[in-house]
Write a protein that binds this ligand. Structure first.
Ligand SMILES: [Zn+2]
Length: 471
């Protein structure tokens, strides 16, 4: 017997659009073509969409793998300002204030961005679009833009550890109970059980009975779900013939946990199914969650209890714990960054170093399979940069050059770069000052390798002597 659509009863074919039981936008992978038809898939997708909206801040932090499309932008607040968190996790905002005085245009520009990320790119686009409208002459526009960019670089303030405030509320669209019922019913149907036992629940969804569904679904944060040390989506399905109950427990990100009663006069099979999906590994895990039997009285208590603020807060705390780097993970990221750094063919200046480190860290973090994405990204960048003094030592860079001769050649190039960098228009004619700058600059690099150290010291001695002779 071929299957019928759970919601409209239409005969299903093998051409139905696969239905995700847990929305794919939340990283859910469990999908099936034999639960509902394509029309119903579209018709009830508003429930999934609203559910994802409720969880969007957690999704933005976690950035789960999806079948297609990136992580959508979300809003949050930094220093009392509304900013967007972009798909790469960077924070962005751009504010323009324009005042006309006589024949001059005064532009007050306020930007929030992280160098080397999408936020910087997006802000540059905004500035350029703004100037495109404001200044018609392309040459004049180019000049003005250059000035603006140099001002941005000169006047930028580096905010360490910004405090990011997010405002989250569940059931913003009022359809949370129906969305949870939908997940529970679809999981039940997907597991192959007799759907006549969930007819009433199906009707609540189909007839959009929001008020009537409220007594069937409620927040639920049992101990068994609090003790897990990973981020999971969980669906537990219980058919209990002794207590005549059929119910599900649905936990999304371990943050939104709900109890869903499907039938209170259940007489079908005894069911004990669970589905545990690891967000870190993006796959189903073979984990049994030890769940005690829930008696009828307890079910009544769960369904009539108040919103458990304290339990919700502690579950968010546990969720955020996953985004703090452990020392081991930091060490792994450092190794990866070092490895990638050596692929940069030219010796780098201080400025390039800072910029490349930012890009590399973002890259490495987003490619990390454990995706322990840091919410306060700037703090991590800073932490990692602090632990990177050896990248600043040119000898670890030089070590990559195998032969002695090539190394020496490279060393001279690097040495001259350091010297060139030290020479500025202001100290060009002041030899004593120049000597001082060069010495300080050369001394600021560490040399682990004794040969390199000696070579650099002798080069330093030579150049200082050379400068002395010029006096
Ligand atoms: Zn249908």
């Amino acid at each position: 017997m071929s299957k019928k659509c759970l919601f409209c009863g239409k005969q299903l074919t093998d051409k139905e659009k696969p239905e995700h039981i847990i929305p794919n936008a939340l990283g859910g992978k469990l999908k099936s073509q034999s639960i509902i038809c394509s029309d119903c898939n579209n018709k009830y997708s508003y429930l999934d969409k609203n559910l994802c909206e409720d969880l969007k801040h957690f999704t933005a932090i976690l950035r789960p793998k999806r079948d297609n499309g990136g992580v959508p932008e979300t809003d949050c607040e930094v220093l009392g300002k509304r900013v967007s968190q972009l798909s790469d996790g960077s924070l962005q905002s751009a504010n323009f204030e324009v005042a006309k005085s006589e024949n001059k245009l005064n532009i007050h520009l306020q930007l929030i961005e992280t160098p080397g990320t999408l936020s910087e790119k997006k802000n540059r686009q905004k500035i350029e679009n703004f100037f495109k409208n404001a200044i018609k002459d392309p040459i004049k526009r180019k000049e003005e833009l250059e000035e603006v960019y140099s001002k941005i670089n000169a006047e930028a303030i580096n905010i360490q550890n910004p405090i990011v405030t997010i405002k989250n509320s569940f059931n913003q669209n009022g359809t949370l109970t129906l969305a949870m019922l939908k997940i529970a019913i679809e999981f039940y149907a997907w597991s192959g059980f007799d759907i006549s036992w969930v007819k009433d629940s199906v009707n609540l969804v189909v007839q959009k009975k929001i008020k009537e569904s409220a007594p069937w679904v409620n927040y639920y944060y049992p101990e068994a779900l609090q003790q897990l040390n990973e981020i999971y989506h969980i669906v537990i399905l219980k058919g209990d013939t002794t207590n005549k109950l059929l119910y599900a427990i649905v936990s999304l990100y371990g943050v939104l946990n709900m109890f869903v009663l499907l039938n209170k006069d259940y007489n079908g099979l005894d069911i004990n199914e669970s589905y545990v999906f690891s967000l870190q590994e993006s796959q189903r895990k073979d984990i049994e969650i030890d769940f005690p039997i829930i008696l009828r009285q307890e079910v009544n208590d769960i369904l009539s209890s108040q919103y458990p603020v304290d339990k919700f807060e502690s579950s968010v705390g546990r969720f955020l714990q996953h985004f703090i780097f452990s020392p081991k993970e930091k060490e792994l990221s450092l190794q990866e960054i070092r490895k990638r750094f050596f692929c940069i063919p030219q010796p780098f200046t201080e400025q390039e170093f800072n910029r490349n480190v930012n890009i590399l860290i973002s890259d490495v973090l987003s490619a990390n399979p454990a995706f322990k994405r840091i919410y306060q990204q700037d703090k991590v960048l800073d932490d990692i940069k602090q632990s990177l003094p050896e990248i600043k030592t040119y000898d670890s860079y030089i070590k990559e050059f195998q032969t002695e001769q090539r190394r020496r050649k490279k060393l001279c190039t690097i040495f001259m770069e350091i010297v060139n960098e030290a020479v500025t228009p202001s100290n060009m004619h002041n030899i004593e000052q120049l000597k001082q700058v060069i010495s300080t600059k050369l001394d600021s690099y560490n040399y682990d390798d004794e040969n390199i150290k000696q070579c650099m010291l002798s080069l330093k001695k030579n150049i200082l002597a050379l400068l002395d002779n010029l006096i």
